[in-house]
Ligand binder design. Sequence first.
Ligand SMILES: Cc1ncc(COP(=O)(O)O)c(C=O)c1O
Ligand SMILES: [Zn+2]
Length: 470
Amino acid sequence: MPEFRSWFQCANPECGRSYPLNEVLYKCPRCDDGSKRAGLLEVRHDTGALSAVPAREWKELFDSRYLRTTWPYGSGVWGKKEWVCPMVADENIVSAYEGGSNLFWANRFGHELGLDDLWVKLCGNSHSGSFKDLGMTVLVSMVNQMIAEGKPIQAVACASTGDTSAALAMYGAAARIPVIVLLPESKVSIPQLIQPIANGAITLAVDTDFDGCMQLVSELCSSGEIYLANSMNSLRLEGQKTIAFEMIQQFDWQPIDWVIVPVGNCGNITAISKGFLMLKQLGLLDRLPRLVGAQAAHANPLADLYRRGYPDEPFVPMKARNTQANAIQIGDPVNLWKAIEVLKQMPDHSILDVTEDELADAAAWADRGGLFCCPQTGVALGALLQLVREGRIRRGERVVVISTANGLKFPSFKLWYHAGGEGESPVDEARPAPANPRFRNTPFRCAPNLDSVRHAIDSGIQRLNAIQLG
Ligand SMILES: Cc1ncc(COP(=O)(O)O)c(C=O)c1O
Ligand SMILES: [Zn+2]
């Protein structure tokens, strides 16, 4: 095998300077003018060297490693190391055997929608319970390498809506690297809050929203001793792009017609698009999917720009409103420009938004088919329902919905829906009960005798039969 290389490159085509991946750098120093757009860095690969290996050989290599126990290549990320981060030495890799998440064949839900080939990629079936593990293993491994090389990094830090902090805290704990997380107070779920606490991270609950935490952590990391772990750091996107590789591999390297992904900071949609483009460029995939980004209507800056044809005018961040999909409650996405650039290369993409009732009802409907969806996945499923209703997706087409986190992280979201708006609200404002909770399922209280139990079961069956689909 030839040598493979990757590096940071300034996204400004008039500059194009490159920098080593083991330099503490988030923006091109030459182009950074303090604005969000200027000086963004991307990870680039030596595609000449990668394409010198025939596609068939790559497939065989990746298949030979997939889910095996040869460390670290059994990991869904490190099994594709040459395409992700060849510059990190194996002994510095910090891996939790990430990736390899199952594709759930959503047979019942699909048939209820009139689809024959619907799948849900369960990226939340992972060590810290979300897709963030895929990118964080790459970032923390590179930090580990830099520390081994003598760089004066004292800690890694991130702002988070709950899942990034959980992943960073977990990998930092495994590698014995101190972790600092900034969370918007009362806007993350209890399981998301307790994850970094349990892993020993310095956990700051800040009286602001995600965008405010992001601002603070960027300033905190500007000196270089605390390394920034947000997805503005392109190393994370390199790991996340393996979602595209892995799905295609799971379908025996056959194409997918539609991929639907929830969008917050715009990192994952950027990464997945990059992954598909790389597969196509290196000959492992014949055809790109139609890509759909899904946002909550309460936090929809990318959907708004898409509807307006990505106007070339200064972006005015929106103030995201409270949404049940709190992990994507972001009005000023860090990766907005990277996303728009790469989406323009995806010939057939769209960005939709869904209401609070749509996302809750879609998640509950999918749960009836055996899933247990987080609210962000509900957003992607809400977009799926819109596409089906509009007749844009045809029955035989292969559709994959990206489920980004484990539903167990979001108990109050489900309680709110099923308890009819009673109990703890998943958003911190007085909010009405769900308008159309068709799938609401509350427990029946029974006396301890068979008559009472039988009566409850009859009521339960009537309730099931009353559900109107469609
Ligand atoms: C569960 C979940 N889904 C979706 C997203 C959106 O991903 P991105 O911020 O990369 O757009 C996030 C994180 O922000 C998340 O935690
Ligand atoms: Zn530059």
